[in-house]
Design a protein around this ligand. Structure first.
Ligand code: SAM
Length: 278
């Protein structure tokens, strides 16, 4: 993998160091997410969190699983015999869930973190999925797969780490087959909001990201073959999730600015689905 670029090394270092972290503590089932959750009915959710004490972590975790489940609906029915690329797979949470839902789907996950790749591999092996669901340390900006290898591409909260979105779109287009579907879920800077840039900068510093504006997701995909088919706003339900993390009081420490960033809509939470033109 070309991790020679100083930027990728920084991203890898961040995830190599996240071991017994907040995400891990949320997931005693071993399905570890590194993404936001979705909460519908904020007031009731906060009341339940308050009552549940330490068990509140399970509620936060369930809301993150709900995000994966919603995103899967936009994958256009992945079927046995198909292959899916999990681009920026973390510790494999979404891939493991998807493998359970869709037996016969071959999944390949890539992450820049060698620790994450090993942890995801161990989790897949522990579930008897080792042959069908594989993870490796590789960059989605230099994908080590033959052209046309994938029918579906899943990129959940990974494109924020990509300085060059056009390269991401062209690499995934090359690795995918004509007719493939790409689902991206991302934190997006709201260009129309006075505090959009300031919150994005604060998050970028904490998470080694380069949060993009929506315009960039639309422009960078041009001439790569990917055509935008769906744009869904998830900012409200994810703002409620961050409010829950803030109330839990035992999070990652970023809740103090991520909660108001989404609540004010200075940062947006978006799902984009693209199809690769035939
Ligand atoms: C916020 S985590 C999301 C993980 C996972 N998709 C999830 O939803 O739980 C970001 C992931 O993107 C990966 N990533 C960032 N840049 C990457 C690149 N150029 N190639 C491969 N993975 C990358 C990181 O290694 C990390 O696994």
């Amino acid at each position: 993998m070309k991790t020679t670029a100083p930027w990728l090394k920084k991203v890898a270092a961040l995830y190599d160091a996240k071991r017994r972290d907040f995400n891990w503590r949320l997931a005693p089932d071993g399905v570890i997410h590194h993404h936001n959750g979705l909460v519908y009915g904020k007031a009731a959710f906060l009341r339940r969190l308050k009552k549940s004490g330490a068990a509140g972590k399970a509620l936060i975790h369930a809301s993150e699983t709900a995000l994966s489940e919603l995103g899967f609906k936009y994958l256009r029915n992945p079927r046995p015999g198909m292959a899916l690329l999990d681009a920026g797979c973390g510790r494999g949470g979404s891939s493991l869930l998807l493998a359970g839902k869709c037996p016969g789907l071959a999944i390949r996950g890539v992450t820049v973190s060698s620790y994450q790749a090993a942890a995801a591999r161990a989790a897949a092996k522990g579930r008897g999925l080792g042959g069908r669901v594989r993870f490796s340390r590789a960059s989605m900006l230099a994908l080590p797969f033959k052209p046309g290898s994938f029918d579906r591409v899943w990129a959940c909260e990974s494109t924020e780490h990509v300085p060059d979105l056009a390269l991401f779109f062209s690499q995934t287009a090359r690795a995918a087959r004509p007719g493939a579907r790409l689902v991206i879920i991302a934190w997006v800077r709201n260009e129309a909001h006075a505090r959009g840039r300031a919150y994005a900068r604060q998050a970028d510093k904490a998470y080694v990201t380069k949060i993009h504006a929506e315009r960039e997701y639309l422009e960078a995909s041009k001439n790569t073959g990917w055509k935008l088919k769906v744009k869904k706003d998830l900012t409200g339900p994810t703002a409620a999730y961050w409010a829950g993390r803030l109330a839990l009081g035992d999070g990652s420490g970023t809740e103090s600015f991520m909660a108001p960033a989404f609540a004010s809509r200075a940062l947006l939470y978006r799902l984009y689905a693209y199809d690769l033109v035939e």
